[in-house]
Design a protein around this ligand. Structure first.
Ligand SMILES: Cc1cc2nc3c(=O)[nH]c(=O)nc-3n(C[C@H](O)[C@H](O)[C@H](O)COP(=O)(O)OP(=O)(O)OC[C@H]3O[C@@H](n4cnc5c(N)ncnc54)[C@H](O)[C@@H]3O)c2cc1C
Length: 449
């Protein structure tokens, strides 16, 4: 691991400009993760014509999971990544292994019926298992720690967590524990919460190192990754062709996994999700004693607000504190100023501690907050729209698409059958950013979502 030192004072200055720079030059966003990432080989850009069974667009968790599922089954897979492996949300996120989907299973049942809820429920805890299987099988060093907590700020939220216990038990996951005002302090030693829920099958990882490890695993299975290879166009049909500026891949199947960063490459997907940015700050190393005092059990925590705070300790005892959402996916000018008050309210003891890193990333939101998997033709698959909870679901989605291409379609179809609603009038910028948030809620209400 390289040493993430000496970025104090300047962690946040010019965040907007820096993000523009990363868009042009495409190194990783300047984050704690990028600075503590394992060495990763430069993977040459696509040049000329290549062919594959499957061409995957995007080397985040969705693309890597799809590719690895297929490579493990003997398919020749080429992954085209616009920037670097893990450059998108997968290499910048809170690292929290959160089970379930962004929408509770009861909500899925109300909206899509019992059969859909049963099908989704049966898979709801598989994503975390896939991550652990891959870490073990491929010996991926990514600081895995067990235990994830949902924290309730009020009685309504606590009641929701109790319902979640019942709902999860219906689908076979009972490895959970309700926490009261005292016991939650083992996980987050703050006055804020009235209780919570410990998911013993939750946990956290260094997400960029997980993605980099999965990329190496994929290459070990014969997969090929081209970095700096932005897909500009896909020609569908019986033998799809995927074009970058300097090359093309002829494949039996294409899978689009660009999520919030896909841009214009696949116009049919553009209005199906809206990019939303969320931010993370990383403190200076706090020392083992302080880290243990603030978060004794070493689990990760997210609160139950819609605009949630999420946080955990890194392997070197920094508090990684995330929160905030900006509809449309822009980067706030001063991330630290935005997040520090939330951190200070949670842990007053470290209110003024230096912040070494501050960064932003985009996830893709659907109107239903259910991930959107599907096909744009017999040989053209896509997945996106995990709506802020994608570390586990990306891994599941990749497996489901891999299975479908391999002829095992039932589980993929359970997801693909769920109706997705396009964002009316386009997903961004046609609506002023300041009103996007309230507009999002109004649109959902109108559609009864
Ligand atoms: C700051 C932040 C915190 C989060 N915290 C959590 C968390 O703690 N837990 C959780 O469950 N979820 C969290 N999420 C959500 C989660 O990170 C995402 O849902 C998940 O990583 C999405 O993975 P992905 O592979 O689909 O997309 P991405 O990781 O965004 O990957 C898409 C990749 O496709 C590439 N790409 C795009 N277009 C093209 C193109 N045309 N050609 C070639 N390549 C292309 C991009 O460069 C990118 O590398 C967070 C998200 C953010 C932004």
């Amino acid at each position: 691991m390289s040493s993430p030192a000496n970025h104090r004072m300047s962690a946040d200055a010019g965040a907007v400009q820096r993000d523009e720079l990363t868009m042009r030059d495409m190194p990783h966003a300047k984050s704690y993760y990028a600075e503590s990432a394992h060495a990763s080989p430069a993977r040459p850009a696509l040049a000329g014509r290549e062919s594959a069974h499957v061409c995957v667009i995007g080397a985040g968790f969705s693309g890597l999971s799809t590719a690895l599922t297929l490579a493990e089954r003997g398919y020749r897979v080429i992954v085209l990544e616009a920037a670097r492996v893990g450059w998108g949300a997968s290499g910048r996120n809170g690292g929290q292994i959160v089970n379930g989907y962004s929408r509770d299973l009861d909500e899925v049942e109300k909206r899509y019926g019992e059969a859909a809820a049963k099908a989704l429920g049966d898979m709801a805890f598989e994503g975390g298992d896939i991550i652990r299987e891959r870490i073990a099988r491929y010996d991926i060093d990514c600081d895995l720690r067990e235990g994830g907590v949902f924290a309730a700020l009020n009685k309504r939220q606590m009641a929701g967590l109790k319902e979640r216990v019942t709902s999860w038990a219906r689908f076979g996951h009972s490895d959970v524990e309700l926490l009261d005002e005292q016991t939650i302090r083992q996980h987050s030693n703050t006055d804020l919460y009235i209780g919570g829920l410990l998911d013993k099958r939750g946990g956290h990882v260094h997400p960029l190192n997980l993605a980099l490890g999965e990329a190496v695993a994929l290459e070990g299975q014969g997969g090929i990754i081209h970095e700096h290879s932005r897909v500009i166009r896909v020609e569908g049909g019986a033998r799809p062709v995927v074009y970058t500026e300097h090359g093309q891949v002829h494949a039996d199947y294409v899978v689009a996994c660009g999520n919030a960063y896909l841009g214009h490459a696949v116009p049919a997907l553009r209005h199906r999700v809206m990019p939303v940015s969320t931010q993370v700050i990383a403190t200076e190393p706090l020392g083992a004693a302080t880290a243990r005092r603030l978060m004794p059990a070493g689990s990760c925590v997210e609160d139950c607000n819609y605009m949630l705070d999420y946080y955990r300790m890194s392997a070197d005892n920094r508090l990684l504190f995330g929160g905030g959402s900006v509809y449309g996916g822009t980067t706030p000018a001063n991330i630290t100023a935005k997040l520090r008050p939330h951190m200070a309210r949670t842990f007053p003891e470290i209110a003024d501690v230096p912040i070494d890193y501050a960064w932003s990333g985009n996830f893709a939101l659907t109107l239903t907050r259910i991930p959107h998997l599907g096909q744009l033709g017999e040989r053209f698959y896509f997945t996106h729209g995990y709506s802020g909870h994608g570390v586990t679901t990306t891994h599941l989605a990749g497996r489901l698409i891999g299975e479908a291409i391999n002829g095992e379609r039932a589980r993929f179809e359970a997801f693909a059958a769920l109706r997705n609603y396009p964002f009316p009038g386009g997903r961004m910028l046609r609506v002023p950013l300041s009103v996007l948030g309230s507009w999002y809620y109004q649109a959902r209400e109108k559609l009864g979502l």
